[in-house]
Design a protein around this ligand. Sequence first.
Ligand code: GLY
Length: 342
Amino acid sequence: MSKIHLETPAGNSEILIQRNGLDEAREWIEQKHPGRRLAIITDSNLNEHYRERLAEVFRDAIVLVVAAGEDTKNPLDAANLVKELSKHEFDKGDVVTGFGGGMVTDLAGFVASTYKRGAHYTAIPTSLLAMVDAAIGGKTGVNVAAKNDMGTFYLAEHVLLDAELLKTLPKREFNSGMAEVIKYAATLDASLAKDLMRDELDLDTILEKSARAKVSVVQQDVKEDRLRQVLNFGHTFGHAIESQSDYALLHGEAISIGMIQANKVAQKLGKQQPETDQMIRRLLERFELPIELPKDMTVEDLLPYIVRDKKKSGKEISFIIAPEMGKYEMLKLTPEELMKMG
Ligand code: GLY
């Protein structure tokens, strides 16, 4: 069991890394918000697996189940959840908990942050991607015209990272989450590379190091003025690849290819040793992640998305490269320069 504290001007989080930690998550809520009611937001797949366990641990909680899948992450479904909370006469002093993958924690965090201008919020991520990334650091959101184009910064007061919950995660999704861990190994904590190459993975250590890497960035720049952009390593190309594939590729799969594209840019600029690229490739291959653009996709197809990329400021994009494992550099490049080198 270990704990990490995240303190930011936008709020604080306590992150607990603990196997079979649902009871501890409930005790934390009871201690911090005694006598308060709890609403758990989850999705239909998770509800099938965990309905009984949730009812056993969170005895008096209201469980609100949304349809599984990214389509549910929209303002209408968020409004329906608000209606449910109102129907149950929830108060802003009560607690909303997101139990699920990134879709659920983004949506539940958004609902909590807007319900009566902000109810208490805690998160129990169940996918690797949500554990190491989405549920840490306060980004919430729903999709309107684009992914996460309506959202808030609202930190979960408590986040449980429980590796036992990963046992029900399909392998492809587990591997997809590993792309974000590899991102941390490449840019922030080189020691993770060794952990990821072990025959027997120590998931608690991997979760803890990933959470510490993210916390080290978010506590200095919660609103993504600058430093937080390091977390976008692989994401400039990755988001474009994900959209162009029409979401046939999972987020981590697209980011995986995006990291290799970023390495190509770094190599062309003479800013990365070949061994760093080789190490990142080995890590991605270890988790069966793609490293090449799909056959029906060219770099030129990605240009319109990159031009629209929200990270574009003025004419140039803040583009992250990994000069060596565990280090990052922020470059300013135009979309056209990226196209030539990626
Ligand atoms: N997923 C990137 C961030 O939290 O900033």
